[in-house]
Design a protein around this ligand. Structure first.
Ligand SMILES: [Zn+2]
Length: 436
């Protein structure tokens, strides 16, 4: 039987690739290397001769040679991650196909009474008549990001066939440990050898993303002075209360549970302590670079104000940057990546949905390393949990879109870049282009 996006996905989902925090091996779990070797074998079967698993970066790299007679000299890349979230078990995943979904409640697990209901997840209604792939209610599905892998593999097979449309050189990579962060730091950009790339790691069909948060973390420490409560007047400094005061001085309504879209926040992730000492950890997030910097400044300022009030050295705030918004690396000079993807989607009857990510991606890291890398949909929903599901027809469409993007996207790069330059020139702006 011929392999399809779905048969591939089911095969990959069966391999337990759940990543693990604080592991002493790399990739963090053995299963990821098992899947990597499997993907190398399958890539070779499609005729990609240089497919290889590199244990140093934990990645599979492969290149589909150009067939356009040298018309396009640049390389477009596609990336998906092999691991699944540590939040929910990825062992013994038993995906189930629901053909011709009727729009009603889906029983995931009869014995445990676990249901997937449109009441909780109204997007389900969009999939009436389609084929859904769901879990048995005890594990996650792993559509994040094995749907992306299945789509890239299907694209690879199509581009390697003699009937493939003309395309430039295409780079493919499958990466480890995305869910625990850090895996991408070992990514070998030279070996990947792409000029531009997309991660295929988004949600529903049509999602297209090139903006993410700027992110930092803060550790706030308070040193108190303890003394018998009977004689504490004017002497005690209660660290726990001072820390509570610190938190109360952060702006109201700017917490994850109260924000959406482009709204940034302070997130109190952990707090503990007593009279003697207290400590809290915060996440700071904002799409806007200036607002992000002001958020960090505000934390330092509050610490300073409290030190004036309670004595120098009482409060310290330590800030650490985590990742940056990739928008600055895409807009404006690499916007053709978004325009090309939009165009390919529209040609396939997909409605593009451009939205800011309220998180970060491996692509953001790569963009700041010099490889502009927005994010494309992979076709799943409810990531990281037992209610995760994906749609077979959406995955097939996305594979088609990747083929289109490979064969049409790159030639458009030139035209778009030239057009953009002309526009900027006529607007009297001096723009330094990164390439060519
Ligand atoms: Zn993912």
């Amino acid at each position: 039987m011929k392999d399809t996006v779905v048969t591939r996905f089911l095969r990959y989902a069966a391999v337990d690739t759940q990543s693990k925090e604080d592991s002493d091996r790399f990739p963090s779990t053995e299963g990821q290397a098992v899947l990597a070797e499997m993907l190398v074998r399958e890539l070779k079967e499609t005729g990609v001769s240089d497919a290889e698993y590199d244990p140093v970066s934990g990645c599979v790299y492969a290149h589909i040679p150009a067939n356009d007679g040298g018309r396009e000299s640049r390389t477009l890349g596609f990336i998906s991650h092999m691991d699944t979230s540590p939040e929910t078990s990825g062992r013994n995943v038993k995906p189930r196909l629901i053909p011709d979904y009727d729009g009603g409640e889906i029983t995931l697990n009869k014995e445990q009474g676990i249901m997937l209901s449109p009441e909780m997840y109204p997007e389900l209604e969009n999939y009436k008549g389609r084929t859904l792939i769901v879990t048995d209610g005890t594990t996650l599905l792993g559509a994040d990001d094995k749907a992306g892998i299945a789509e890239i593999m299907t694209m690879t097979e199509a581009l390697m066939s003699p009937e493939a449309p003309p395309h430039g050189r295409i780079a493919v990579a499958f990466t480890p440990d995305e869910e625990i962060g850090g895996g991408i730091a070992r990514f070998d950009l030279g070996r990947f050898g792409a000029d531009f790339a997309y991660t295929v790691d988004g949600g529903a069909l049509g999602e297209l993303e090139y903006e993410c948060f700027n992110a930092a973390s803060a550790k706030v420490k308070v040193r108190g002075v303890n003394i018998h409560t009977g004689e504490a007047k004017g002497k005690m400094k209660n660290a726990a209360r001072i820390l509570a005061e610190f938190d109360s001085l952060l702006p109201e309504g700017e917490r994850p549970e109260e924000t959406e879209g482009y709204e940034g926040f302070f997130h109190l992730e952990r707090i503990e302590g007593g009279v003697e000492s207290a400590e809290a950890e915060y996440l700071i997030r904002d799409h806007d670079r200036d607002k992000f910097e002001s958020r960090k400044a505000l934390m330092l300022d509050i610490a300073e104000r409290l030190n004036v009030k309670y004595g120098a050295g009482t409060v310290t705030a330590e800030l650490k940057d985590s990742y940056r918004n990739m928008r600055e690396k895409i807009f404006p000079e690499n916007m053709f990546l978004i325009e090309n993807a939009e165009r390919c989607m529209k040609e396939l009857g997909i409605q593009p949905k451009i939205q800011p990510i309220r998180g970060g991606t491996d692509g953001a890291f790569l963009s700041w390393k010099g490889l502009p890398c927005p994010n494309l949909c992979a076709g799943g929903h409810n990531f990281h949990g037992r209610y995760e599901y994906c749609c077979a027809e959406a995955m097939e469409k996305i594979a088609e879109m990747l083929i289109k993007l490979s064969s049409r996207g790159v030639p458009l790069v030139r035209a778009r870049t030239a057009q953009f330059r002309r526009k900027q020139r006529s607007a009297g702006k001096k723009i330094v282009m990164r390439r060519g």
